[in-house]
Write a protein that binds this ligand. Structure first.
Ligand SMILES: Nc1nc2c(ncn2[C@@H]2O[C@H](COP(=O)(O)OP(=O)(O)O)[C@@H](O)[C@H]2O)c(=O)[nH]1
Ligand SMILES: [Mg+2]
Length: 202
């Protein structure tokens, strides 16, 4: 549900980084924020506890290209991953246009990834939406750590919806894979908005 301001010719898209706690969602936004020139970004807002755990969300507005006379803006959000913050996660998903699922690649974190994906699916249903229709990519983060599961295995466990979605290996703290992920999901959003897929060009 993009928000279009016809007077100012701006379209805002909401991209939510979802996934279990400490998978690296905030690290993605921090790297994007650090890398973009001032003209292409607003302030990053983080609502976090003293030890940097996101308790509500992180927010970063990014302005992108102009398409057919409309300036496109992507509003990047993260959710708090901890299990007991589900009401917050659901609120952050409201009006979402695209999802990046940030998985923690470590073997011992597999159950948390599976649980978070299931929770995402349930929460999207609350909005009559689903991962089968929304632009969606997966990022396998923390590939620098020694105890990571092989990509094939992660793919088998986590990327098995009705359609197989693009996935990226990442080391978010070093920026590896961060823009590949964001650029791809943004392109998917724009294709849905402006492409000839019959989804209603602006
Ligand atoms: N080794 C390593 N650590 C990471 C990576 N991405 C994030 N981290 C660390 O994991 C912790 C949690 O990251 P954060 O972005 O806050 O996770 P979030 O809960 O998903 O927002 C922090 O200490 C990060 O520095 C990565 O790719 N590799
Ligand atoms: Mg966070």
């Amino acid at each position: 549900m993009s928000i279009i301001n016809h007077a100012e010719k701006v379209i805002n898209f909401k991209v939510v980084y979802y996934g279990p706690g400490v998978a690296g969602k905030t690290a993605n936004l921090q790297y994007v924020h650090k890398s973009l020139p001032h003209t292409n970004k607003g302030n990053m807002v983080s609502l976090a506890t003293g030890d940097d755990r996101t308790i509500f969300f992180d927010f970063l507005p990014v302005s992108a290209l102009t398409v057919r006379g409309f300036e496109t803006r992507f509003q990047l959000y993260t959710v708090p991953g901890q299990v007991h913050y589900n009401m917050t996660r659901r609120l952050v998903l409201r009006g979402v246009d695209a999802i990046v699922f940030v998985a923690d690649s470590q073997y011992e974190r597999l159950p948390e990834n599976v649980e978070s994906l299931k929770n995402l699916d349930e929460n999207l249903r609350q909005y009559q939406s689903s991962l089968d229709e929304i632009p969606y990519v997966i990022q396998y983060n923390k590939r620098d750590l020694p105890n990571v599961a092989p990509i094939d295995y992660l793919e088998y466990v986590l990327n098995r919806g009705a359609r197989r979605v693009p996935f990226f290996e990442a080391v978010a703290v070093e920026g590896k894979g961060v823009f590949d992920t964001l650029n791809t999901v943004s392109r998917m959003v724009l294709a849905g908005q402006f492409g000839d897929g019959g989804k209603g060009a602006a």
